[in-house]
Design a protein around this ligand. Structure first.
Ligand code: CMP
Length: 140
């Protein structure tokens, strides 16, 4: 299995509750290595662009409001089959459906305040990483 990278966001509901370390610990225990990390306040423009694919969804406005409601931690994660590995440890989008042992089961408050984002494909991971990081900020 190839070592690949994925993109992760620790969302405002988690930073607000001081869960950055707890979430990162679960990522690391799942075999992922944090090769880039920064805590930022996302601007409205950034959030709109990042979630552009959801622009027609009824929850788009609320999603943008939520993602700009407090600091987030954006990260690049590296590991074997990183996209799938990360999505497995994140759990289902809706915490009501998330399995035991997943980040969303442990911490998510709702489908919107669901603590973490993770890329859904290698292609999107590359795009999302480039959206927030320059190459020289990623140290593997
Ligand atoms: P994320 O992986 O960040 O990608 C898009 C986000 O939209 C998703 O996580 C959820 O937090 C959010 N989302 C998905 N469906 C809904 C919904 N029905 N209502 C509110 N937010 C949603």
């Amino acid at each position: 299995m190839a070592v690949t990278r994925t993109f992760s966001i620790i969302k405002p509901d988690a930073t607000r509750r001081n869960l950055t370390g707890a979430v990162t610990k679960m990522l690391e225990e799942a075999g992922l290595r944090v090769v880039a990390s920064k805590r930022i306040q996302m601007t409205e423009d950034q959030a709109k662009k990042f979630y552009e694919v959801h622009a027609e969804r009824p929850f788009y406005g609320e999603l943008v409001d939520f993602m700009t409601s407090g600091p987030v931690v954006v990260q690049v994660l590296e590991g074997e089959d990183a996209v799938k590995r990360n999505r497995d440890v994140m759990g289902a989008t809706n915490p009501a459906d998330a399995d035991e042992g997943t980040i969303r089961k442990a911490f998510a408050e709702s489908i919107e305040a669901n603590s973490v984002h993770g890329s859904d494909s290698d292609e999107n991971a590359a795009t999302e990483i480039a959206f927030f990081f320059n190459d020289d900020e990623i140290v593997g």
